[in-house]
Design a protein around this ligand. Sequence first.
Ligand SMILES: Nc1ncnc2c1ncn2[C@@H]1O[C@H](COP(=O)(O)OP(=O)(O)OP(=O)(O)O)[C@@H](O)[C@H]1O
Length: 410
Amino acid sequence: MTPRPRPRQSASASPPASTGGEGRATTLGDLERRAAAGRRERAYGADALIACDRLVRIFSGDGVEVQALQGLDLLVHEGELTALVGASGSGKSTLLNILAGLDTPSAGSASVAGHDLPAMDARTRLHYRRRVVGFIWQRTARNLLPYLTAAQNVALPMKLSAGGGRTGTGGAHPVAAGLGRGRRRRRRALELLDLLGMADHAGRRPAQLSGGQQQRVAIAVALANDPSVILADEPTGELDTATAAEVFTALRRANTELGTTILVVTHDAAVSAQVNRTVSIRDGRTSTETLRTATPDAEGGAATVGREYTTIDRSGRLQLPPEFTTPLALRDRVLLELRPDHIQVRPGDGTRAQESEEPGTGTGPGTGTGPESGTATEPGAWAASEPGAGTEGAGARETDAPDRGEEEPG
Ligand SMILES: Nc1ncnc2c1ncn2[C@@H]1O[C@H](COP(=O)(O)OP(=O)(O)OP(=O)(O)O)[C@@H](O)[C@H]1O
């Protein structure tokens, strides 16, 4: 999603030519503000390495249609290590396959390191898969060729793409520059295996390695061409807890020491707890994000504090978690109230609906919203109202909803 150059607007070309709804002439300042807002809109994700904008993937066959991704938005910035979690069937692998260039979206846009994925032709796609992304699958056997040694497996992607990566050193990784091609490849393979604690096993074939060791070699394979991004689909899914921790440590080392951006799908809570950012997918959309930061503790050490946020998508929708909606019987219609610093969501029917009709709460923002599912709110109905209007009326009552997520977006 590279921003296109836009023509500059000259002052002399923008006379106050029309009037607004209040009869006021449209000024140059108005036009410039509108243009700036338009530019901000177009620039969504421009500074992100991975940008998914309203991504849709529909599978159809045998008269059945499955909407695996339903307008998913996701931004990942360079250098991030992000975990992707979600229930089975929520769309995680579908997303990863699109980002890996193995599948194409039905609608929406996706870009990785400046590559517009839906627009790639076969040739660009091959280049993209060899040089821009590295992939690690859950099944260890799928990552490595059984008849090659660990070092040969790592050297193979360099050979296939004629060596090198995104570093622009004439095809050679800078560390290995100056050697013959074959030696350069072998040297880089050994360096990567060393980084991942596998140098002693460079000469072994996959069958002579444990599952965890195979996955560490797979990480080296994925890193071989110095990709912009590594995509890992449950790389620890087949491993016991201790081995999974070792593999994840290796993945983290690739992130911290090489700066590689990593997006990893996992069901393993221990894995997702070790990353700074965990994005949760529900029903084909991003639903919540947990951000973890290190803060000093009382003993002078550092404690990791995590906070879960509900995400608002590009259309203004957010998903309310069932643990909030069920106890409050929030369904079909809810009432939104805009407060100076938060939005209140209340049941829209029965007794609670009558409470909301008390003076000052029956008008203004939120009273007319009507989400279809009861699990998403569409604030567009009140977005044009003045902030705070109708929010401080007498009798507006606090709900007993936990103070989380939907009232404190990121
Ligand atoms: N090729 C396909 N044809 C038809 N439906 C598909 C196809 N691939 C995925 N789906 C459906 O799309 C939805 C999302 O699948 P996906 O594999 O992305 O989920 P997931 O979150 O990765 O699940 P899991 O954690 O079990 O791997 C599911 O309902 C799945 O059945």
